[in-house]
Design a protein around this ligand. Sequence first.
Ligand code: KIV
Length: 285
Amino acid sequence: MSERMTAQSLKGAKGQTPLVWITAYDYTAARLAEEAGVDVILVGDSVGTTLMGYPSTIPVTLDNMIYHATLVRRGAPNTMMVVDLPFLTYTNARDALANAGRIMQETLAEAVKLEGGRRVLEAVEALVRHDIPVVGHLGLTPQSLHTMGGYRVQARTHDSIQALVEDARALTEAGISALVLEGIPDRVAAYVTQEVHVPTIGIGAGNQTDGQVLVFHDCIGLSAHLPKFAKPFADVRTATLEGLRRYRREVQTRAFPDDEHSYHVTDKEWQAFWSEVERRSPSPS
Ligand code: KIV
C-alpha cells in the first residue's frame, strides 16, 4: 500500500505523475476507491445532486457534509480526504474557521475545499493561518449556479481568462495546497497549471493539469446523464438495471430463491416435527 498523501506531499506532487482524485460519499465507495489506489478522495458537495436528489449543491448543509465524510473516513482510513465547505459556510473568516474546524475535528479530514477566488481570500488566509489545509476551486463553481446562469463553461473570453488567472495567483499566494479547475478550456487550464506552484486538479479542464477528479457515479457509469467531459470507465448502471430486472423476474416466477439459496432441515427432524404436530392435533371423531 502506498503512503497516505498529505497536504505537504500533495504540493510536492506537482509536475509528477498525474494525481488521481475521485469523489465519494459513503463507506462502500470509499473502500473501493482506496482499494483501487486513488491518491485523494474528495467528499464533494456534489453529494447533493448525486446522492440526495437535489437539483443543485446549494441545499447541502454542513451537517450533511460531516455525516458523509465520516462514512468515507471509515471506508478509506489510509487515503487523503478533502471535504467541501458547502454554500455560505465561509463568507467570512470567523464562519470559515468554525465550520472548517468542525469538519477537521468531526471527520478527521486532511483538508477542506472551497469555491471562489479573490472574494474568499479572507477565509482562505484565516484557515491556512490556523493550520487547516485548503484546496481552491475555480472556473465552473457549482455553488455560483444562479449568478453563472447555469452550468456553463467559464473563462472563454480574454477578460474572464485574465480574472481566473489572477484568482489562481491570489489563492496560491494565500497558501492553498491544490487548486481544482472545473469547466474551463484546456488551454486556459494548461496556462494556469504553469503559472501556479501548487498542483491543479482538472475536471472538464483538459489533460494538461497536474491531476484529474471525477464524480464517483460518473466514473463508474452509474449516472443517468453524463456531462461532456465525464468518461464512464465502467457500466455499472446497465449491469445494475439488468440485475434488478432479473431479480424481479425470478421472484415473480419463483425461480428465486432456488435450492442453493435456501436453508434445509433433515428429513429425520422434519418427520419428528410432524409426528409432534399430529400428536397434538385433536383426532377426528
Ligand atoms: O462537489 C464536487 O464533487 C466537486 C468536484 C466536481 C470537483 O467539487
